[in-house]
Write a protein that binds this ligand. Sequence first.
Ligand code: NDP
Length: 463
Amino acid sequence: MTPFDTDLFVIGAGSGGVRAARIAAGYGAKVKIAEEFRVGGTCVIRGCVPKKLYVYASRFADEFAEAAGYGWEIPEKPVFHWRSLVEAKEKEITRLSGIYRANLEKAGVELIEKRAVVEDCHTVRLHDGRKLRAKHILIATGASPVMEPHVPGIEHAISSNQIFDLKHFPHRLLIVGGGYIAVEFASIFARLGSAVSLCFRSDNVLRGFDQDMRKGVSEALTHAGVAVSPGTLPTRIARHAGGHLEVTLSDGRHVIADQVLIATGRKPHTANLGLERAGVELDASGAVKVDAVSQSNIPSIHAVGDVTNRINLTPVAIREGHAYADTVFGGKKIAVDHHNVPSAVFTTPELGTVGLTEEQARRTHDVVDIYKTSFRPMRATLSGAQEKTIMKIVVDGETDKVLGVHILGHDAGEMAQVLGIAVKMGATKADFDATMALHPTASEELVTMRTRTERHERLRAAE
Ligand code: NDP
């Protein structure tokens, strides 16, 4: 007789946990999954999905303005209703959360809508003190926003968890941070009508992305009316009687804001989960340390998704969850390949990227060729919009292999997804050149950039 109540207990019903639970159940495992908030996790409830819906909402502002160039007369200044957007968003994520829930049920997974913590390597403790023995435990608790820097008054600020559901539209918004979340919300709220200030500690936004793209995003934000302040952080936040906030900045300025959004990163959600007590090793950031098949140092405990702080993206968590179930319950040992993962930053215009940046390639390859172009997209001609599209292909100058592609422009995320296939297959620049252009598109530039813009050769030490 089995000493276990269940084969698998998953903590966290987000993208990674739900996928692992369903696939494991499909292999015949008895599976339970616990969720303390809402089924669907960060991506569905307060991340990628509502963010993209708000991006779509924000882009109408440009489209109304540009329509005149195409012969449309917009009778009056369009009016945006924040509460209508929040309600429509809520309806959609409730629908999606329901689909996640239905899929779990269909797969025969038992959903426990309460917090669960680890007691030991085979035991989880539920909210009511009940203990369950599980043959395997999967930690899929994701990550949560950090509220840094710790300045006086930080308790008046909000994180990305709250921004989607603000009761009142923030007419003046100060955003702290220069990463994905900060720039995406700066771009969204500036278009929805906020006066947005963006401050961050380094010299430019989006550390780790290609330099030309970082510069392009920063210029696009400025063009959208965002007051961009590199090398600047708040030193104090004070709430005034009228409800508004006064933020003192490190450069001595004072900014008045209705809301201050802190977007200075996220940390793995492992606090008070009982992991240390069970002997699970965490790294300095609090992430569960795992091997290639997501196993921790305790053989019965695995972890997938943001809680492992590998690549913190939804599709990666889903792959990790699926591979975990295949490995542990399906008898197929599958390690997720974390190379050449395409990603996008949904500013307007958006940034799509796959593979190495120019800077990374120059550090790891002896000869690097750069093909770069910058142009005004066709749709901007009649509208008179000033935006630019930037494309860059990074090529190994010795093998002709395409190492990375970076695009700032309309639908760059869509392009990056498709380019991901070519880069993953090891396409060469000659393969790009041999591909017929599709006219008229912006992406045809990717196969018509024939002239090398730069060649970088690493100096080899004389033997
Ligand atoms: P990021 O790690 O992308 O950016 C954090 C920003 O905060 C950086 O500008 C960083 O500066 C700054 N920062 C970090 N610590 C401090 C501090 N103590 N004081 C002041 N500034 C600080 O985090 P995000 O919160 O924007 O996003 C978290 C993760 O969520 C991303 O890494 C990404 O994986 C995921 N995500 C993905 C999206 C997408 O795919 N479109 C959208 C949103 C999130 P510096 O650069 O100097 O380190």
